[in-house]
Ligand binder design. Structure first.
Ligand SMILES: C[S@@+](CC[C@H](N)C(=O)[O-])C[C@H]1O[C@@H](n2cnc3c(N)ncnc32)[C@H](O)[C@@H]1O
Length: 314
């Protein structure tokens, strides 16, 4: 497996930077260790979590709109591939792909997923790359000259600040032989539906969020008492985003990587943003990153969209 090594020291430094800030925050990429990735897969099955089933339906029902960006000989590169479940719709529809390159920060989960794909698609070379898509990603050099389509589903772009998203799209546009990008984005809708999707009745999203504290306890010598924090999902209308927070239930001091971190009662750690877009707002970010929308596929309820993007001509 190709990999950019992600060290515990990166996690500790990033966690301390966020926890010593005011307000406190943690980078959402750390939500995805092997346990976090497995819990996220449970989230995708929840009745409240409309994004996965809606995006899946769009891909299945409108797959014919994607066949010209999946022609024989194409390398399909997926960013934040997770369990690569939706990818199977593309792999089933494509004929003779040159390779499939799943890229994810969650190394163990990525390797396990790649093994399953090798069994299911023996004709397609599966070349996983461990990496952080907000930084440069090194794709296998042997594939440089091959035409590439990138796939970025799950509205994972919504976890990134607009500047980071535009910079990432710009880097992607400069990949060798990149021809298209298929990107899933979540659309603005009523607040009740949005908040429920990130605060389900069964408490799975709460467990996903709290796993970040468990991960710090496991990996960077923290001593969080999980029962002293509560998951909260908030709609921030001004910034058009759902925010996930972990709210301290009492005044307390926690040790993280050897440093004392003080919490007031009710103080929160902001752990994730999930931006919700209008077509116009998304088009503006794509434009900043050097892409234009060639196709914009949606469901009848206008809950979610799959955009097909092409590099802008000079
Ligand atoms: C919202 S999940 C989406 C998973 C899957 N693509 C889907 O649509 O169901 C986000 C995925 O991106 C990965 N991820 C998050 N931040 C990342 C980063 N900075 N670099 C690489 N992968 C990242 C996570 O490990 C996770 O698999």
């Amino acid at each position: 497996m190709d990999s950019a090594v992600i060290h515990d020291t990166d996690f500790a430094a990033s966690a301390l930077e966020g926890l010593q800030s005011s307000p406190k925050w943690l980078d959402s990429k750390w939500l995805y260790d092997a346990q976090g990735s497995a819990i996220f897969e449970q989230i995708t099955q929840l009745p409240e979590y409309y994004p996965t089933r809606t995006e899946t339906r769009i891909l299945k029902e409108q797959i014919s709109a994607l066949t010209d960006v999946l022609e024989p000989g194409t390398v399909l590169v997926e960013l934040g591939s997770g369990a690569s479940v939706k990818t199977r719709i593309l792999l089933d529809a494509a004929d003779k792909l040159k390779a499939y390159v799943p890229v994810d920060i969650s190394a163990d989960f990525l390797e396990e997923t790649a093994e399953g794909l090798r069994d299911a698609y023996p004709e397609t070379p599966i070349r996983p790359v461990v990496g952080d898509f907000t930084q440069d990603i090194t794709l296998p050099a042997a594939l440089d000259a091959e035409p590439k389509t990138a796939f970025f589903p799950g509205s994972t772009i919504g976890n990134l600040p607009h500047d980071t998203a535009a910079a990432m799209l710009d880097r992607l546009r400069h990949w060798p032989s990149i021809e298209a990008l298929i990107l899933g984005l979540d659309l603005v809708k009523d607040t009740t539906t949005l908040v429920a999707a990130y605060d389900d009745a069964a408490g799975v999203t709460a467990d996903f969020n709290l796993n970040l504290l468990r991960r710090m306890n496991r990996e960077i010598g923290a001593d969080f008492d999980l029962s002293a924090f509560r998951h909260e999902a908030r709609w921030n209308a001004e910034l058009s985003r759902i925010e996930m927070h972990l709210v301290s239930q009492r005044s307390q001091t926690v040790t993280v990587a050897g440093q004392p971190i003080r919490f007031a009662e009710g103080e929160s750690i902001h752990t994730e943003n999930s931006r919700k877009y209008t077509r116009e707002a998304f088009a503006a970010i794509a434009d900043r990153g050097g892409w234009e929308i060639a196709d914009f596929l949606t469901d009848t309820g206008q809950l979610f969209a799959v955009a097909v993007l092409r590099p802008k001509r000079a």
